[in-house]
Design a protein around this ligand. Structure first.
Ligand SMILES: [Zn+2]
Length: 214
């Protein structure tokens, strides 16, 4: 954080500004609890309940991945936007009854480069809200993969196939995966496969956004 940012944030506490447009705004306290002004809140669209890709028992996405949502997600992932976790997690929808919450892991090298795992931040918010255990150690990413966004839908499953490994207390448990955006579902399905190999009783997924290409 730059000195200028620290100075400005002391003058204008973030809580009084909109996470999307940055305007000083009377925040919509009646809304989902997100730090968004009514105008920006109006630009976000709820996702429809969708049939999950094969390999998941259910998929719960909050928002359509439209232009406004994409700005928030890019800022969250690539521009030190950790502070956006709280706003974005407000859009994670109702989830089924599960035993624990597991974020989609980043490869350690990538996490070091970024400084945080955005999915872990979201999963943490959701676990607090639902009063469920957060268990990131159940799943590791053993292979770094090309960024899925840089690949075609056909290339994505092969890119993440076998990239994850589950261990620890997996057998017989109902597990909810959390990620920021689902596009083809290839990453979530590769995670689910690793968890099922270790005996998970069911694997569901919740994401903030859905770009629905499966
Ligand atoms: Zn706004």
């Amino acid at each position: 954080m730059s000195l200028l940012t620290i100075f400005l944030s002391s003058l204008y506490p973030r809580r009084l500004s909109c996470d999307l447009c940055g305007r000083d705004a009377r925040l919509d306290t009646q809304g989902p609890g997100a730090y968004l002004c009514p105008d920006c809140l109006g630009k976000l669209q709820r996702a429809e309940q969708e049939i999950p890709p094969d390999g998941l028992d259910g998929l719960y996405a909050g928002l359509l991945y439209n232009d406004a949502a994409a700005i928030l997600i890019r800022r969250f992932k690539y521009h030190h936007g950790q502070y956006l976790a709280q706003t974005l997690a407000c859009f994670l929808p109702e989830i089924p009854a599960v035993d624990c919450i597991v974020p989609v892991p980043l490869h350690p090298a990538r996490q070091k480069q970024r400084g945080y795992n955005q999915s872990l931040l979201l999963a943490g918010e959701l676990a607090r809200r639902e009063g469920l255990p957060l268990e990131p150690a159940l799943l590791i990413r053993r292979r770094d993969t090309a960024n899925q966004a840089s690949l075609s839908a056909d290339e994505r499953p092969g890119n993440v196939q076998g990239a994850f490994r589950a261990h620890g207390q997996v057998r017989g448990r109902r597990i909810l995966l959390v990620d920021d955006v689902v596009t083809t579902g290839a990453t979530l399905c590769a995670c689910a496969e690793a968890l099922r190999e270790k005996g998970a009783a069911g694997v569901w997924a919740a994401t903030v956004c859905s770009a629905h290409k499966w």
